[in-house]
Ligand binder design. Structure first.
Ligand code: KG4
Ligand code: ZN
Length: 335
């Protein structure tokens, strides 16, 4: 006891959310401010990189100020300054990275660059105070679909990943074809609840733990064109979710059995999906696994998850240098 609390300050700006958070001891959120640009990008049907960068520049100082006020701390109370440095949109990443570096330098504090996906994984530490590695984590977001063996807080092994579309990307593309708007995930989630999975969609499997979603996506697009007005959107949404989830969970079961793990987590934007959560719960009961997923607000991009990951990097002595650059296609485990 008597150990001093450690406060990490984090900026997340890899895509279309400008977010700043302050987290205590990696698990307790003091503030987590998220300024989303979704409404701005909506009319283009997806994120426009140049517009995203410009909005990050406009928002960042206000979001920082709000996060500090909400946490009710002073800048000097903060122990570690961190930010996402990849993967993501380079112009967007640079806004958070330059700001975080300038703050760390001016305040003379340790600086930690965080891998965005490692941040998504860490979101589970905030929601589940008892979660400790090792466990299996299925990371499903707009840009990534990875099956990760979390060996320790800062030690990851990628067991499998998508060979084509990311899961969230497939949700967004399929939704666009059905004329449902952007982002597609939350809309499909809602409509699928009113439908039955009666359309037959293909499931692609590989020898290893890789995924593929482009076959499902193409089949949905073909159905939309073929069926025209006869199409039942709710049923198609339910069929799409079922096919995607079958593919994801087959590999989860394979990995759990191979590695003999008893805990499985999901993370990333798509981990907000209600059907995926239900199926994970069911799988947990069938295979005697403990199942974890983050609270809704921590599923999509936010800085609290980055602050949590930064805390564990700091404890492990993994600090970054001033010459750290934004890495748009940063691989997991490379940090
Ligand atoms: O993690 P995230 O905020 O950004 C990336 O790092 O990519 O994930 C965004 C993705 C989008 O593709 C969005 O459609 C999807 O997460 N998403 C969902 C749901 N909420 C967000 N997909 C399925 N069901 C949801 N409820
Ligand atoms: Zn993300």
């Amino acid at each position: 006891m008597g150990k001093k609390d450690i406060l990490t300050f984090a900026i997340e700006s890899s895509c279309d959310e400008t977010s700043v958070a302050i987290v205590k001891n990696g698990r307790e959120v003091l503030s987590n401010i998220i300024a989303t640009q979704i409404d701005i990008h909506k009319k283009y049907g997806g994120v426009v990189p140049e517009i995203a960068s410009r909005n990050h520049v406009e928002n960042i100082t206000y979001v920082i100020k709000e996060a500090i006020e909400k946490a009710n701390v002073s800048l000097n109370d903060i122990d570690v300054i961190s930010c996402t440095y990849g993967p993501g949109l380079v112009g967007a990443l640079l806004v958070g990275l330059s700001t975080a570096k300038a703050m760390a330098y001016a305040l003379n504090k340790p600086f930690v660059g965080v891998h965005h996906i490692e941040g998504h994984i860490a979101a589970n530490y905030i929601t589940h105070k008892d979660l400790r590695p090792p466990y299996l984590c299925l990371v499903v977001s707009g840009g990534h679909s990875h099956l990760v063996h979390v060996k320790d807080y800062t030690h990851f092994e990628v067991l499998g990943k998508t060979r084509d579309d990311a899961v969230g990307e497939a949700f967004d593309k399929v939704a666009r074809t059905m004329g449902l708007g952007y982002p597609g995930g939350p809309i499909i989630d809602k409509l699928a609840k009113e439908g039955t999975p009666r359309y037959n969609l293909p499931r692609t499997h590989f020898e290893n733990l890789d995924f593929s979603f482009s076959g499902i996506k193409t089949a949905v697009i073909n159905l939309v064109h073929k069926e025209g007005d006869n199409l039942n959107i709710n049923d198609l949404c339910a069929s799409f979710e079922e096919a995607v989830t079958d593919v994801l969970l087959d590999n989860v079961v394979k990995a759990i059995e191979e590695l003999n793990l008893d805990k499985v987590a999901i993370a990333g934007g798509v981990s907000a999906n209600k059907y995926l959560r239900e199926r994970m719960e069911k799988l947990g009961k069938e295979h005697n696994l403990k199942v974890y997923y983050p609270e809704f607000i921590l599923c999509t991009d936010n800085a609290a998850m980055i602050a949590s990951a930064a805390y564990y990097n700091y404890l492990a002595g993994k600090l970054s240098n001033w010459d750290l650059n934004a890495v748009p296609n940063l691989k997991i485990g490379e940090a």
